[in-house]
Design a protein around this ligand. Structure first.
Ligand code: CP
Length: 325
């Protein structure tokens, strides 16, 4: 167990050791237990978290804000559009200033080619830790909640297979941050990972290579497939969600044409039936029902989507209690 995580940024858990992530998991499950028992746990009394959003959120905002209240502190909700960022406040200034007012700065900026750089610039300038509420490359707190959910369902995740797959959705071009954080984190806990996507929906090559290396070090397997049915067959975790063709499509019209080509990539009962006998369906939400996944699957007995959403609260509370104390 690592006991000196105060002040640490969370841009992605790839930058934390396995031992450090184990500590977060340990504290997260303890806090979940405390909450179930009605046991107060005000580890961050009088502390304040700034939550700076450049993009919409339901779960991330609500879970960070509830978590800070349950830890005895306060979270201030700041939308970029109601700040002076559009009129010139730089990332350095945001880090310097919000870091002096607060004990942590959480940021969501998913703009492709911008978000991760922005978070790192704020982190460099800030005296308080920066927590990634999703950038263009990573969504570490989603991956943490997902790992907690897998552990709750299966116990030791070692040797289990997780299929991290693209699925069709049309509402907007979603970031590649969820699959990237998942393929990095899950193999470190001994899970065999199948990354499945049409060729045009590739992830960042350097991230895929790092995921492959994580798997090699854990003696787990890592495969990249382009057949949805093959990817699901016999697996333990069906984690199928949409993401944008950010590395290949040059405009929205081209991405729309690709979506037409791969419209059959929907998680339905027929496909889920080919997975392992105790397989679980996972999705970070929001999902496009009827396009990305059928009601039968997302509302069915194998769906873990509400446990994933709940675990956002407990995982993030652990991160905040350890880094902002
Ligand atoms: N899963 C997730 O990050 O949800 P929100 O976009 O609602 O925060």
């Amino acid at each position: 167990m690592q006991t000196n995580l105060r002040g640490r940024d969370v841009i992605d858990f790839q930058e934390w050791t396995k031992d450090e992530v184990d500590t977060v998991l340990d504290v997260a499950f303890a806090l979940k237990r405390d909450r179930a028992l009605g046991q107060p746990h005000p580890y961050l009394r009088d502390k304040v978290l700034a939550m700076l959003f450049f993009f919409a959120s339901t779960r991330t905002r609500a879970s960070f804000e509830a978590g800070m209240a349950q830890l005895g502190g306060h979270a201030q909700f700041i939308e970029s559009r109601s700040t002076q960022i559009a009129h010139g406040d730089t990332a350095k200034e945001i880090g310097e200033i919000l870091g002096r007012y607060n004990d942590g700065i959480a940021i969501r900026n998913v703009d492709w080619g911008v978000g991760n750089t922005y978070l790192r610039e704020v982190a460099t300038a800030s005296r308080a830790p920066v927590l990634n509420m999703q950038c263009d490359q990573f969504h570490p707190h989603q991956a943490l909640a997902d790992l907690m959910t897998v552990i709750e369902r299966f116990g030791d995740p070692r040797g289990r297979t997780a299929t991290v797959s693209w699925a069709c959705a049309r509402s907007y071009s979603k970031p590649i941050s969820v699959p990237q954080s998942l393929i990095l984190l899950l193999p470190r806990f001994g899970m065999n990972v199948r990354l499945v996507h049409p060729p045009e929906f590739a992830l960042m090559p350097e991230v895929v290579e790092q995921a492959r290396e994580n798997a090699r070090r854990s003696r787990a397997s890592f495969e990249v497939l382009d057949d949805f049915d093959e990817g699901i067959r016999g697996t333990d975790v069906v984690y199928a969600k949409s993401w944008g063709a950010v590395l290949t499509a040059t405009d929205e019209a081209e991405e729309a044409r690709l979506l037409d080509r791969y419209a059959s990539w929907v998680t339905d009962g027929r496909r889920l039936a080919t997975a392992g006998e105790d397989a679980v369906y996972m999705h970070p939400l929001p999902a496009e029902r009827g396009v990305e996944v059928t009601d039968e699957v997302i509302d069915g007995p194998r769906s873990a989507v509400y446990d994933q959403a709940e675990n956002r609260l407990h995982g993030q509370k652990a991160v905040m209690a350890l880094t902002m104390r």
